[in-house]
Design a protein around this ligand. Structure first.
Ligand SMILES: Nc1ncnc2c1ncn2[C@@H]1O[C@H](COP(=O)(O)OP(=O)(O)OP(=O)(O)O)[C@@H](O)[C@H]1O
Ligand SMILES: [Mg+2]
Length: 226
């Protein structure tokens, strides 16, 4: 079954009298535990698409189903549940809280899901180990390298055990060598945990790690030629 099934998705923004049509009937169906990269010029609507898929914003027309559930018609409460349980987000600038340790940053994303303190800690530590940060769990973000901070953010997304991970420029802030290391790790975890990844990036060298690369252009997704 397709984890993500989008059909005929439309999204436009209106600012004053100006209307920007960003998505104009976009379709996407993922195959089982696929890792997909979406490329496309700046302003083509990549972040817009991730926001719609992540339940952060709403489109005007079309349907988005994730793991068999239609999310376009959900009310605020159900959408909140969806975001909490089913989707993990990874951002370019990590979005870690500077006053919390690596472990506490991962725990923060789970507090709504796991009430027991011991269990919460166990879950956070499990995923920090999984991304190779066994010895950095009690460090604060400023004591970590850029790559290590991104790994904390990845652990935070994975620890929810979501069906879908959305990543907006996850390696945009890393050099090519560190980006490659992070990608190898994401790829391994994807297969172990059977998660669908949708990754937005400008870095075409990431293509080799992907099952599929698509380009967002004129409001729709096009298959990229090799
Ligand atoms: N909240 C908003 N209000 C009005 N216009 C918006 C809003 N968010 C995005 N846009 C417009 O929608 C278009 C797509 O923006 P989006 O951020 O999705 O592009 P992107 O592909 O992610 O670009 P980049 O690669 O630069 O991050 C742009 O023209 C942008 O100006
Ligand atoms: Mg963007």
């Amino acid at each position: 079954m397709a984890i993500v099934d989008i059909s005929g998705l439309h999204k436009s923004y209106t600012t004053g009298s100006e209307v920007t049509n960003v998505l104009t009937g976009l379709d996407l169906r993922t195959r089982e535990d696929e890792m997909i990269m979406i490329m496309g010029p700046s302003g083509s609507g990549k972040t817009t698409l991730l926001n719609l898929l992540g339940g952060i914003d709403k489109g005007q027309k079309g349907s988005i189903s994730v793991d068999g559930r239609e999310i376009t018609g959900l009310d605020a409460k159900a959408l909140n549940e969806y975001r909490r349980h089913q989707v993990g987000f990874i951002f370019q600038f990590y979005n870690l809280l500077p006053t919390l340790t690596a472990r506490e940053n991962v725990e923060l994303g789970l507090e709504m899901l796991i009430k027991d303190k011991g269990e919460l800690r166990e879950r956070a530590e499990k995923y920090l180990r999984m991304v190779g940060l066994d010895d950095k769990m009690e460090n604060f973000p400023q004591e970590l390298s850029a790559g290590q901070q991104q790994r904390v953010a990845i652990a935070r997304a994975l620890a929810k055990e979501p069906t879908l991970i959305l990543a907006d420029e996850p390696t945009g802030n890393l050099d090519e060598e560190r980006a490659a290391k992070i990608m190898v790790m994401m790829k391994r975890l994807q297969h172990e945990l059977k998660i669908t990844f949708i990754i937005v990036s400008h870095n075409s060298y990431l293509k080799e790690y992907m099952d599929r690369t698509l380009t967002l252009r004129h409001g729709v997704l096009e298959t990229m030629d090799a």
